[in-house]
Design a protein around this ligand. Sequence first.
Ligand SMILES: *[C@@H]1O[C@H](CO)[C@@H](O)[C@H](O)[C@H]1NC(C)=O
Length: 614
Amino acid sequence: MKTVFLLVWLGTLEALRWGSLFPTKEQHHLVSCVTEIVCQHFIPNQPVVVSSTGNEDDLLNFLLKNIQLSHWPLQVSYPGSSLAENPGQYYDKIGNYVILIRNKNDIEEQAGHLIHGARWNNHARLLTVVTLHEDNPQEQALSVMQELWENMKVLNMVVLVQSEGEFHLYTWFPYQSNTQCLDITDTVLLNKWISQNGGEFSKHETLFPYKIPNNFKGCLIKLVVPYHGTFEVEYFYEFLNGLNFTVKIDEKEWEINPNIEEAITKAIEDVLFGMAEIAFGGIPLLKEASDVADPSLSYYQTQYMWYVPCAKPLPRLEAISHIFSVTVWVTLIAFMFLTAAIMWCLAHMTLESHTYKTASSVFYNIWAVVMGVSVTRMPRTLHLRVVIFPWICYCFAISTIFQIFFTSYLVDPGLEKQITSLQEVLDSKIEFGFRPEMTIYYEQSPYEIHKELLKHHTYCRQTHLCINKVIETGSFATIVESWAADKHLQSVNDSDRELVCRMNEIDSFPIRIVSYFSKSSFLLDTFNKRLASITESGLNIRADKERKIRSTFNKLDINDTGGGYFVFTITHLLIAFYTLLIGYILSSNVLICEILYVKFARKPNNLGTPVFGE
Ligand SMILES: *[C@@H]1O[C@H](CO)[C@@H](O)[C@H](O)[C@H]1NC(C)=O
């Protein structure tokens, strides 16, 4: 097997470098103590890195031999050597470190060497062995610890110093009071290694206790919120006050109408450069951001959703003209002429009355059947009756259907076609646009239609401006977060709200809202634990509901009739009256024409009155 680590096989080295040297009694004890810590207190199955300045080779070799015998994966780091970088193979991160130093002046160089690797892990366990004696072991431990914290920011650290044949193990605890948060001003003696019985610890206690408390004793925490009006702020306040943090929110650069992408980038940068510990407030889970800051668990989910203008009511005339298709009208008229022609022919072949022998009067009767009024005279012969009876049935059916649709369209002419897909947005040629950052998503999308979208889109800078454009123009489509859109729509008046419709569920995609912590923050675990219990118990859903109720409370519509009855007024019948009027005008004209014709054109002819119908 190709080993990942630079394993030091002391078996081969022994003869070369070790054979003649024998460890002193003190070294013996030190090595047993360190080996005991490695075996009993380090994270099992995680590699151990042993780092040295190169000045304690004897000790290092002896130590490595001992640890090696306990079968831990080992790696050795010298200034000048490079740690094997094999991310992903066997282990992602290193779990344990042992650092050998003479005094605190050695730390900077070694730290620089260790932390510049991809596998550096500041959540690892760190044992620092100080080899030189000093008079006051506690002060020595304190100064070493301060130097270590400054350079490495490892919380789980234990410093081993020597004192009169014993080894003292020191550590520190953060957030002890509001003046002592992340500054090391005090050390705690955890344990002692005494040389009795060949060496043992004086107490049986864990050397790496969990150090993040549930009460942060009023320590300051700096937060950054990208823009004004995020509703999480008050919940975060409560949440952090519950942990006894003193909260300071950075609100220096809130603009009235910020560019959301820029605002979020700025907030993440603040976290990256240490100006704030947490960035939150409607920030989605983004890959670019999680490369530079640690995202928390997601506590809210919303969607990017397309909003389109709602379909408008159809004009009544247009609705009525669509009752029958053109072919039906054409067939009806064709059959009218056909029936008239057949009846005229049959009448001539039989002993039918005069009514059905003149073309105009046959046609008049056929028309009367269509209109549902009586004919001037019933046909007498069987032949004509056979023809006219189906015609009456046919006209009865057609006019019943027509009247049903006609009346219902008078009441409610229906809506124009609603846009329900991206293809329809493109086909309808209406304008559409979104915030600039949305292009990133559509550029990466494999769908052809999204590429098509990018060719024709425009930009609108902010959610509420995008939605307003839909309301104002009535021919604009946009994609925005449903959360922000709903919030904005609650603030506009009712008639405007009805102009904006969600397009569909398919073309939307979810976004998870998270907060970002500075990389490798020790607070993240504590927060995630609490966020998990908040989400699992549904507190965030309740908060969301409360917010919605609060914002609609003052605007509940008391006069909401809620689908009762429909008042059929004269305006709904306008079309019918107009048609009637046109009919009257037409028939009066015909009457006048006939009177004039009778008076002048036929005067010289004879005395007989003109015959209508018969
Ligand atoms: C919060 O921290 C302050 C300052 O250290 C402390 O006096 C107070 O008792 C703490 N509050 C709680 C509830 O623990």
